[in-house]
Each structure stands twice: as C-alpha cells, then as structure tokens.
Design a protein around this ligand. Structure first.
Ligand code: URA
Length: 411
C-alpha cells in the first residue's frame, strides 16, 4: 500500500477497493500511518465522499480494529438506540431501563458531550460514584444481571474510531456523511446487536439542519447496518426546541428519573416510546403500561447500583449539585410560545459550564436550565420562562440574555 497514492486517488474522486480501505485503517490503528496522512485522507473523503461499498468497508475496518462484544448462546434480543445528538436529549436514560424491562439486553456504548450537544456519560456521572469506565467482562456480567449497561468507549473498543474522531475534530472533517456513518456504526456494530434504532435529528439544534440532510445520513447508516446483518430502523426527529424542560447534566438526570416515575414531560415520553417500539416489537400502549408499572424505574436503581452509584442519592441530586445562583426569568409580555431555539439554549448551557468547547474541558454538573416553557404554551406577562442554574452573577446574566433571544412569544 502506497498511502500518498491512495490519498491522491480519493482526492481525484476515485472509488477505493474495500481491501485498500481496510489496509489503511489497520495501518493507521497500528501507528504506521501518521496523522498528517490520515487527515489528508479524511479531507479527501470530506470533499469526494464514498460510495456505499467504500463506506461499509470503512465501517467494518473500524469495527474490527478492536474488541467486538460476544454474547452468550441463547441470549435475549440485543438492541440499542443511537441519537445523532440533541439539546436536552436524555432519551437513553429513560429508554434503556424501559427496553431492558421488556427482557431485551441493551449494551450501550455512549459518548461524552462536545459543543452544544450533551453526552449521556456526562449526565450519568452527575450521580456520585457512577462509573462509565467498565471492562467488557464487567459489562457482560451486568447485562446478564439486569440487561442494561452504559459505558464509554475503551482503548480496545473501536480504537480506529477513537483516533480518527479526535483527528477529524481538529481537522475540519467531522461533518462528512461517510465518516460519520462509519464512526457511529462501527461502535454500534461492535456491540453485536440484533436491532438498532437511529434517532436522526434535524433542525436548529442539530448537526443536520434540514430533514433532507438527515434522510441522507439515516439512509447511509441503515445501508451499512443492513449489509452487516443488523435490523436497523431510523426515525427523523426535529430538534428545534430542547427535549423536555431541562438542559444540563444533573438537571437532565432529575428529569429522567421523574419521567420514569410517571411525571412526563410528554415530548420526552413520546420520543422514548416511538424509538422503543421498533427495537422491542412491543406496541406503544404496552410500552406505556410497562413504564407505568414502575419496573423500569426499579431497573434504573439496579443499573445505578451496578455501576457504582447509590440509588438513595437520586432524590437528592438537586441538593448534591446546588448551583450558587438558581433564578427564574420572566416573560416581558403575555403571549403564546412560538419558538425556543434549541441551538441557542445549547450554546448558553455550554457557556454556563454544562458542556465542553474542547474534548478535555471539565464540565459542571450543577448548571443549566430547567422549567423551560414549550412551544404552544401560553404565558402571562411576569410568568417564568425557565429557571437558570448558574455559577456566578455574570454567567446568569449571559444565560438570561441568550435565553431571551432564543424565545419567540407571539401576543
Ligand atoms: N458521533 C460520533 O460518534 N461520530 C461522529 O462522527 C459524529 C458523531
């Protein structure tokens, strides 16, 4: 393999053979191809794209760069959900125990937040003691016991993706459909799934701004998954206003626990149910009944305990992570909420300290927003539009100005 020739051929729009892509990824993972060549290759892919065969080869090569989960013979259905990232997106925290309560196993390898989108692992780590760094053996034992695992990508799990994603992040090559497809699907396929549902977001707070772009990404991911023998379903969901009423790490865990206890919010519950139907084969009505039974809430406690947390801390999270300033902001006039711009709320949350601008930034679990109004609600002048949890007065004022600019009120 002559790497400069491969890069030049891709730069000129040629399709590469699967064997060439596999050799390149294997050599990059082994440290035999330097970052500067791989970033040139990624940029060539960014501009020229990849066909379906090349994308599948890249996905397979990245999946095979490390350990692949092995489930015991006779295992229950192994299922998962992947979201392309949203604001206030705590769906996994509610969906995983619900799905596990149907008897399926859900071995979720999740990510951390970056930029305006939060990450499931950061949210979970707001539970004192919660460990996301599990070994595969620990993950297998927990799956057998309670059917849910949520863990981070280890050095041995899709190492090619870990290296390449870090490189793409600093070389302007993240927003490429084949590279996103291979990155996401290699990790999901390495979980050895039977079924996967993709929650592909579009809109003001999403990676993909339009439904048409989201469709292209969904089709690309479905094609790769189906080719590898996994039943993949995709749902396109708008991400114009935050999901639920909370944005911020501990605030979203509090909202998720409330949802598992039957206290909505309805948009979160509807999304959880819609995404759970295709991977469980249960009807919406049956899943709603299961949620109301309390079994998923019990499983959430078992899951927290299994990963080092203490279920007794869950009702006290608001006290455990008490921001110095917690204050409502109020409507300047009476009207109907027409917009809550998710991208701006996500950016404000990031600037409050709930997210990371760079991969190694430290996040603050206490800060963010809750009690956010929803589109379609009527508010009277002086009524609260949300509550801000901030670390300082300056941060509060920044978040207040940004939140007010995110809100559209029509009188
Ligand atoms: N999430 C990933 O894991 N990979 C991407 O390329 C984009 C989002």
């Amino acid at each position: 393999m002559h790497v400069p020739t491969l890069i030049a051929r891709k730069r000129d729009g040629e399709a590469l053979a699967a064997s060439e892509i596999e050799a390149l990824v294997a050599a990059y993972t082994a440290g035999e191809v330097p970052d500067y060549q791989m970033s040139a290759f990624s940029m060539a892919v960014y501009f020229q794209g990849m066909n379906a065969v090349e994308t599948a080869a890249l996905t397979r090569a990245m999946m095979q760069s490390g350990d692949i989960m092995q489930h015991p013979a006779g295992h229950p259905p192994i299922v998962d959900k992947h979201s392309t990232g949203g604001i206030g997106d705590k769906i996994s925290l509610v969906l995983a125990p619900l799905v596990a309560a149907t008897g399926a196993w859900i071995p979720m390898v999740s990510g951390r937040g970056l930029g305006i989108t939060g990450g499931t692992l950061d949210k979970l780590e707001s539970i004192p003691g919660f460990r996301v760094g599990l070994s595969l053996d620990e993950a297998y034992a927990q799956l057998a016991r309670i059917g849910i695992v949520m863990m981070g990508q280890t050095e041995r799990f899709c190492p090619a993706d870990k290296k390449l994603y870090a490189l793409r992040d600093v070389s302007g090559t993240v927003p490429s459909i084949p590279l996103i497809t291979a990155s996401i699907m290699s990790k999901k396929l390495a979980e050895s799934l039977d079924r996967l549902v993709l929650d592909v977001k579009f809109g003001k707070g999403a990676f993909m701004r339009t439904e048409a772009e989201a469709r292209v990404l969904a089709d690309s991911m479905m094609a790769v998954g189906n080719e590898m023998g996994v039943e993949v379903h995709a749902q396109l969901n708008p991400m114009n206003q935050p999901i639920g009423r909370a944005v911020g790490n501990s605030l979203e865990v509090i909202e998720s626990v409330a949802a598992l206890e039957g206290q909505g919010p309805s948009d979160l519950i509807d999304l959880v149910i819609d995404l759970s139907v295709p991977i469980t084969g249960w009807t919406s009505e049956a899943l709603r009944g299961l949620l109301a039974s309390g079994k998923p809430r019990e499983l959430f406690d078992a899951f927290v305990l299994g990963q080092g947390g203490c279920p007794a801390d869950l009702p006290n999270l608001a006290q455990i992570h008490l921001a110095p300033i917690i204050r409502e902001i109020h409507a300047g006039c009476t009207g109907t909420v027409k917009a809550v711009h998710a991208g701006i709320v996500g950016q404000a949350s990031l600037q409050l300290g709930a997210g990371r601008a760079k991969a190694n930034d430290v996040i603050n679990p206490a800060v963010g927003f809750d009690q956010i109004v929803k589109i379609g609600e009527n508010v009277e002048q002086g009524q609260p539009l949300c509550r801000i949890h901030a670390n300082s007065q300056a941060d509060f004022e920044m978040a207040e100005a940004m939140f007010l600019s995110a809100i559209g009120l029509e009188s």
